[in-house]
Design a protein around this ligand. Structure first.
Ligand code: SF4
Ligand code: FES
Length: 246
């Protein structure tokens, strides 16, 4: 395939950025989206040009590092991570616009790389349990009903990629926050800090400049791990209860 790529180039956080156009030939439909960018970077290096900076690590949909806005959609046209998106989703002659996550709380570092350390600080403010769990218990010794265990497991699949923030017109991280609150709040081990946790994590979310949720739902539609929108209801319920409990 031959593609036209419009890619956001920005030298650093303080420089002004702009879309730059590249022509790329020899793209196979079997390539992943990141392999296509690797091919572009080989071409740029060959021509003594600066390669495009972008984030990736596992390239298996696990780590959440690959964060690209592709033709205006977080992670592109499929419900998956950018590293798991394949070029068979595009056709010969296509023009593809590639931008970094657009959110005030995720400042651009360079080109397509953004700083998502705001998520780390939210986790540092309560996204853990402090109960001493000792050695691995026998699987059936913790009395967690199956539906709660499954909901905790499913919400624990959030990889912290930030697509929910990038897709939200308010730049809210409520889906990410709801996933973390639900994951820990469904299980017995998460109960002792349940209500102090929600207050602390929501406080950090707001301090980082993420917007509020107005139930638009773009976050859940963009989430590669299909975290359901109702985790935000659970987040709000826990927050209200924490206020009553003082
Ligand atoms: S909720 Fe989904 S979109 Fe948001 S950070 Fe987690 S995995 Fe990514
Ligand atoms: S590179 Fe790890 S999820 Fe994409």
């Amino acid at each position: 395939m031959k593609l036209t790529l419009k890619i956001w180039r920005q030298a650093n956080a303080s420089e002004k950025g702009a879309l730059k156009t590249y022509e790329l030939d020899g793209v196979s439909s079997d390539m992943s989206f990141l392999e296509m960018l690797d091919l572009l970077n080989e071409q740029l290096l060959h021509n003594d040009e600066e390669p495009v900076a972008f984030d990736s690590d596992c390239r298996e949909g696990i780590c959440g590092m690959c964060s690209l806005m592709i033709n205006g959609e977080a992670h592109g046209p499929e419900v998956t991570t950018t590293c798991q998106l394949h070029m068979r989703s595009f056709k010969d002659g296509d023009t593809i616009t590639i931008e970094p996550w657009r959110a005030t709380s995720f400042p651009i570092v360079k080109d397509l790389i953004v700083d998502r350390s705001a998520f780390d600080r939210i986790i540092q403010n309560g996204g853990y349990i402090s109960a001493n769990t000792g050695s691995a218990p026998e699987a059936n010794s913790v009395p967690a009903p199956r539906d709660k265990a499954m909901r905790a497991f499913n919400t624990a699949t959030c990889i912290g990629c930030g697509a929910c923030v990038a897709a939200c017109p308010n730049g809210s991280a409520s889906l990410f926050l709801g996933a973390k609150i639900t994951h820990l709040g469904e299980l017995p081990q998460g109960q002792p800090e349940r209500y102090s946790r929600v207050q602390s994590m929501v406080g950090q979310h707001d301090a980082e400049g993420f917007g509020g949720c107005t139930n638009i739902g773009e976050c859940a539609a963009a989430c590669p791990k299909e975290i359901p929108l109702d985790v935000i209801s659970q987040l709000n319920k826990d927050l209200r209860k924490s206020m009553i409990l003082g």
